[in-house]
Design a protein around this ligand. Structure first.
Ligand code: ACO
Length: 332
């Protein structure tokens, strides 16, 4: 059997928990205001997982919806990749629990730790498996339950994030099919690893009373460093994707980006040359869901009928690491 030339998306799905946490709710929790959050980020509300709800529950639900839209069953999947930094446990992997909850076959299932770029990293790996013929149907999930690792007394971080999961199934492009993954480009600069991190709870600083008292098990962030890195690197990864595919910014129908901050996306729009009107935005409703961000947005835009066969769709994401990347699709 000759390996397929390209892979393509066979289906997408997402899951958002029911509970809405608005900016005015946050005004009652920390010293912030709806006006500040909207002006600085564009976020108005986010979703928060219910008590007892875990990352693997949300991931499994998003995966079920992606499988349904692809017309496939869990037994059809021969590789599961889960992008997450908020798995149910340090071990086993979130992928192990998702496999169990879906009733999947005994195949390679693994977590990828690339924070907000986790789903894009998964997509790049999935693409290689499909193109070489090593896997035929790959399920790529991004899930994040950051509300449990946020410091709800730190107004700099707690206003930014939300919980959720997104998923996609990748398979081979068959003869005559329009849809294709045209390319992925993933990068990482470990020099900025400290700019966004959870300092304690790992092997460098194991959990202790002292680390808990110092609130070191929560997300810590140097917001302006991340902001500058995001504008620069998201834009450059979009440009590299277009250059390699020999496409221009004018030929991009949709940018479906990581939903961190409207001002970051405005900077990316200016640098790449695709107007904001062609950016799909849902951060006002869901906030930053990290690795789930791009697949949630992609599924929403797809189900809303915005992404038409033959259109050029550009995705990009950046997060802790600093890890970032882009993916370019011909929709279909
Ligand atoms: N409410 C009210 N005031 C606040 C809040 C808040 N939630 N957070 C910070 N402030 C205050 C600061 O304390 C500061 O006060 P001061 O002037 O008295 O010291 C003032 O607002 C300005 O703070 P800055 O940090 O300069 O504000 P900035 O314009 O940089 O916006 C923000 C902060 C929104 C965090 C921005 O830096 C940002 O978005 N960075 C990117 C971070 C990000 O998106 N991280 C997500 C993970 S990575 C990713 O997904 C790309």
């Amino acid at each position: 059997m000759t390996a397929p030339r390209r892979s393509r998306l066979l289906g997408t799905g997402h899951y958002l928990p029911a509970r809405v946490l608005s900016n005015s709710d946050l005004e009652r929790m920390v010293d912030t205001s709806d006006a500040w959050i909207v002006e600085r980020t564009g976020i108005r509300e986010r979703r928060i997982a219910a008590e007892g709800e875990c990352s693997s529950d949300m991931a499994a639900e998003a995966a079920r919806r992606a499988l349904e839209s692809a017309g496939l069953k869990p037994a059809d999947i021969d590789l599961l990749l889960v992008g997450t930094i908020s798995a149910d446990h340090p071990m086993p992997s979130c992928a192990a629990l998702v496999q169990k909850k879906l009733g999947m076959r005994n195949v390679l299932c693994v977590d990828l730790s690339a924070a907000c770029a986790g789903w894009l990293y998964g997509l790049e790996i999935a693409d290689q498996y499909v193109r070489t013929g090593k896997a035929r149907r790959v399920l790529v999930v991004g899930v994040e339950l950051l509300s449990r690792v946020l410091d709800w007394t730190d107004r700099v971080t707690c206003v930014l994030f939300g919980d959720g999961a997104g998923a996609a199934v990748l398979g081979p492009q068959e003869e005559g099919e329009t849809g294709a993954l045209l390319g992925t480009h993933c990068f990482l600069d470990g020099g900025l690893a400290g700019a966004l991190c959870i300092p304690a709870g790992g092997s460098a600083r194991p959990a202790s009373h002292a680390t808990v008292d110092a609130r070191e098990h929560y997300v810590k962030m140097q917001g302006q460093e991340i902001f500058k890195s995001a504008v620069k690197n998201l834009a450059s990864s979009c440009k590299v994707a277009l250059e390699e595919a020999k496409l221009t910014a004018a030929e991009v129908d949709w940018v479906v980006p990581h939903q961190a901050n409207l001002r970051i996306l405005q900077g990316v729009s200016d640098r790449v040359g695709v107007p904001m009107a062609r950016f799909y935005i849902n951060l006002d409703r869901v906030g930053n869901t990290s690795s789930a961000s791009v697949p949630i947005a992609l599924d929403e835009a797809s189900r809303a009928g915005l992404l038409k066969p033959g259109q050029v769709v550009l995705c990009c994401a950046l997060g802790a690491g600093i890890a970032w990347g882009s993916a370019l699709f011909r929709w279909g």
